[in-house]
Design a protein around this ligand. Sequence first.
Ligand SMILES: *Cc1c(COP(=O)(O)O)cnc(C)c1O
Length: 366
Amino acid sequence: MACISSERPERYNFAAGPAMVPAEVLAQIREELPSWGDTGFSILEQPFTGPLFKRLMAEVEDDLRGLLRIPNGYHVLFLQGGASAQFGLLPLNLLQPGQHAAYVESGHWAGKAIREARRHAEVSVIASGADQAFTAIPAFDQWRLDAGAGYCHITSNETGNGLQMQEFPRLAVPLVADMTSDFLTRPIPVERFGLIYASAQKNLGVSGLCVVIVRDDLLRVPPPGLPSVFSYAMQTEHLSRLNTPPTFALYVTGLMLRWIRHNGGLEAMAAAARVRSRLLYEYIDGSRLFKCLQRRQDRSAINVCFQLADTALVETFLQDAAQNGLANLAGHPAAGGVRASLYNAMPVAGVRRLVSFMTAFERQHG
Ligand SMILES: *Cc1c(COP(=O)(O)O)cnc(C)c1O
């Protein structure tokens, strides 16, 4: 008799995003999809104005507040348009007349945030890693922040460049962070930030949802020309239900938050991220074929980016890896090479498999 297993075959998805979702969460989605709770209807069919969905949103917010220890005085918004929409919405929502915005250029995503912000406001780049080809986070003492800035924008984890900020500065102006790729992978001192935002499809499930955590004093009357659904103040007033929120993404986010809680919360997520990334970096640092160009103290625990000494081997590496069940390892198109994205859902076993594959590959080609 054939043995039919409901478990997924041993394949690991290293995609940068949308990324791996834990098997338990996928199983729960599958089980609940035809009928959510005892409603008799799918989660896809629930009115967002109904009491049950309102309760789901309140629970998602409570879980997020609990995990991140979000202090009073901060609002949690569930918006659409992804992190890229916030690139433009930040200056439109946060700057007062006459103010400009300060940005730290740490890599690909910071660059995109800067270019979009420039379409809407005056922007000053107060520090840049460009002269080091974005292999290091610019040190705080090189940031040239002036008091006229309405906010200072950072990218906590550069998904395409494999860099991660290990500490956050205390600044005289509100600190604004794109945390899309390392959101909920470690505890964060939320009180040091004016605003934090993150798209959901990397650590929180599916695309379509962007979480924005904003300090109360930064909310202001929307300027003329800003659509109401994109106003942080108006969405706060309407509890993120000014229009239909991304309901399925919110539901999956709720499951992801519960999964994180059941697996030990953010301290446990951070510990697991350290174990995973150390395994890989230690192997790369001892290897002659693979090399990591990022400065050690700035290396990302989430997106491990590396090159092959012989660049002609990259294609072969990616193809062989995929054939061995190690999928989506191509580096960001702008960076080339290899990128292993190790989000919360990636088990240590997946990294061990990758390291043993790399060991065999190096023996064959090195
Ligand atoms: C993926 C990513 C984005 C883009 O998110 P979208 O939801 O596609 O807009 C922005 N910033 C960072 C750091 C990312 O990793």
